[in-house]
Design a protein around this ligand. Structure first.
Ligand code: NAD
Length: 321
């Protein structure tokens, strides 16, 4: 099979590329290297079954030609990271809405199967407990840039779902919850690499807010295994799946675990949300996935522990990668 991965030079896209090449598939990547990096593909860049195209999903002509010559489209390219979304709200909206529309137009024309990587952010600040695929979205004002990523990704899902119905191509959607591991960068607001980098440098781990907010963290290798199960399954066509780890912890507990696992002498410090992200920033108390649909339909369950996640990130950072 030949796959087109939009955003394939990014954190998750590059791991997905590795996994597809490893099992004998061919991959064409399109990425504008906005948050991704050629470094993420260093191990495979000379692979005979990999083609890397520097370009944007906003380029309709390019997308039409790329989609036309592959068997399956995996659409991961997006503007993301809290700092990115808050600091560049308009550009992020255009990438996430118009970009997906351009990809979908090409997919509809060529009638190729497509996977859309959506996000747990679509549930917004619904903190009611394990969220299943039917859980409500609860979002704040559309004028708060914080929610524009949630809005854009939700529109992407609707766009993809109804476009598939109308134009008759197979669509699969995954809602990724916090996904972490090597190659993820901390400077866009991702908490685990930020904490690990601080712990390794002996600097304070800065917790935003009270630290009582809880999250779950899934190793990227588990998430990629889940995505492969989805794209390989006929039963997944026209369906949406939560993909994440359901082991819940507070951000303060995460900071303690990072210090423990890295053997660091760093201290934990706290900073108000508004200082970190700007005035009016809102966050959710809890974000836990119900992953029973992935377990039931696709026999997938995350396997890697938080200690493995922290260890893998610390090893990579220790190598200066
Ligand atoms: N990492 C997570 O925890 C997480 C959680 C939920 C959903 N997701 C989704 O997974 C996907 C991949 O995210 P990631 O964590 O690997 O982030 P990432 O930033 O590493 O990957 C996104 C990639 O898209 C590329 N890109 C951005 N704009 C582009 C454009 N106009 N044209 C072409 N390429 C462009 C970037 O350069 C980058 O390589 C995204 O769709 C994201 O919404 C990620």
């Amino acid at each position: 099979m030949k796959f087109l991965i939009t955003g394939g030079a990014g954190f998750i896209g590059s791991h997905l590329t590795d996994a597809l090449l490893e099992r004998g598939d061919s991959v064409v990547i399109v990425d504008n290297l906005e948050t991704g990096s050629a470094k993420n593909l260093a191990g495979v860049i000379d692979h005979p079954n990999l083609e890397f195209v520097t370009g944007s999903i906003l380029d309709a002509e390019l997308m039409d030609s790329l989609v036309g010559r592959v068997d399956h489209v995996l659409h991961l390219a997006a503007a993301l990271g809290v700092f990115n979304i808050v600091n560049k709200p308009l550009e992020s909206l255009v990438t996430n809405i118009r970009g997906t529309e351009v990809v979908l137009e090409a997919v509809a024309k060529h009638k190729k199967p497509m996977l859309l990587t959506s996000t747990s952010e679509i549930y917004g600040k619904n903190s009611s407990g394990p969220l299943n695929e039917e859980s409500d979205r609860i979002v704040g004002s559309p004028l708060k840039s914080r929610w524009s990523y949630s809005e854009a990704k939700a529109i992407d899902e609707s766009f993809a779902y109804f476009s598939a119905q109308e134009h008759g191509f197979p669509i699969r959607i995954v809602r990724l919850f916090n996904t972490v591991g090597p190659r993820q960068v901390g400077h866009y607001g991702m908490v685990v690499p930020r904490f690990v980098a601080a712990a390794l440098a002996g600097e304070p781990l800065m917790v935003y807010g009270t630290g009582a907010q809880s999250r779950c963290f899934c190793h990227v290798a588990d998430a990629v295994a889940g995505i492969l199960n989805v794209i390989d399954s006929e039963a997944a066509i026209g369906e949406v799946f939560n993909v994440g780890n359901n082991k819940e912890m507070t951000i303060a507990q995460l900071a303690q675990a990072v210090i423990h696992e890295t053997g660091s002498t760093s201290k934990i410090e706290y900073m108000e949300y508004e200082k970190a992200y700007g005035k009016g920033f809102e966050d959710m108390e809890r974000r836990v996935p119900d992953i029973s649909k992935m377990e039931r339909v696709l026999a997938w369950t995350p396997k890697r522990s938080l200690a493995e996640i922290i260890g893998d990130i610390a090893t990579e950072m220790g190598k200066g990668a």
